[in-house]
Structure formats: structure tokens, C-alpha cells
Design a protein around this ligand. Structure first.
Ligand SMILES: [Zn+2]
Length: 141
């Protein structure tokens, strides 16, 4: 940033912070305004605001955003899924005969004895976790 531009920007920011208005365009208007205007804050506070805004203009806008900074890291290589599930029935596939509640007739159906599931090829009512990364703590001793 050039020196003249920097001074103009500083003056603009100071007027906005100290007097609460934009800088008048001509020197005559500026002199008139200086006689009538009253500051809205202290000069120290106005200087601090100007300093902060200049710092933000110089530093924050120049920061380039990193396209890889998504805050959503790719965990597919590190966090692999090693857990799988196994399903099985604890009962047996058998023939059932039962009285229908509504019609009173005797009905028959094949099903698993553990969960009364009538689908023979169903996954199973007992679900067990198979974790390949789990430590095996049992030993032969
Ligand atoms: Zn079952």
C-alpha cells in the first residue's frame, strides 16, 4: 500500500470513528465541518478503532484460504472398519401347530423355535460383533 493511499484510508477511518461521518470532499467543507462537528468518542478510542481496522485490512484480507482446510479430514485410510456382524439362530427349524385366535381353526407353519421367524433363510435373531482389531486376552495357560 502506498503512503498517500494509506494516509487517505487512515483519515477516512478516523473520521468515521471519531466524528461518525464520512470525510468531506473539499478542504473548505472539511474546515466547516470541523467547526460544527462534535466527536462521538474519545480520541484514544478512535485511534484504537483505526489501528484495528487498518490491521484487519492489511492482514486478514491477505490470508488465502487453504482448500484442504475443510475441517472434515479424510479418515478412510486411518479409520478402517474392522467390525462385522454375524447372525445366527439359537433354536431349531421346526413345525408348529397352533389354534388361530380369530377363526378357532388349527393352523400349522414351519419356523425357527427361538424367534418364531417363518423365513428359513433369515439373518438370525442373535447378532454378534466380530472385531478383527480386538485384543485376544485368552491364553492356553
Ligand atoms: Zn431365531
Amino acid at each position: 500500500m502506498e503512503k498517500v493511499e494509506d494516509d487517505l484510508l487512515r483519515q477516512k477511518l478516523f473520521w468515521e470513528a471519531y466524528y461518525g461521518v464520512a470525510v468531506p470532499a473539499t478542504d473548505e467543507d472539511r474546515d466547516k465541518a470541523l467547526k460544527s462537528l462534535k466527536p462521538v468518542t474519545t480520541i484514544e478510542k478512535a485511534n484504537a478503532i483505526v489501528h484495528r481496522k487498518l490491521w484487519e485490512i492489511r492482514n486478514i484480507k491477505k490470508e488465502e484460504t487453504d482448500p484442504q482446510l475443510t475441517l472434515k479430514p479424510d479418515l478412510s485410510k486411518t479409520c478402517t472398519k474392522t467390525k462385522t456382524f454375524k447372525y445366527h439362530h439359537t433354536g431349531v427349524w421346526m413345525h408348529f401347530e397352533f389354534k388361530d385366535k380369530d377363526s378357532g381353526k388349527i393352523k400349522s407353519e414351519d419356523g425357527w423355535s427361538c424367534c418364531m421367524n417363518i423365513d428359513k433363510e433369515s439373518d438370525g435373531c442373535v447378532k454378534t460383533v466380530v472385531d478383527k482389531e480386538r485384543w485376544i486376552l485368552s491364553s492356553y495357560t
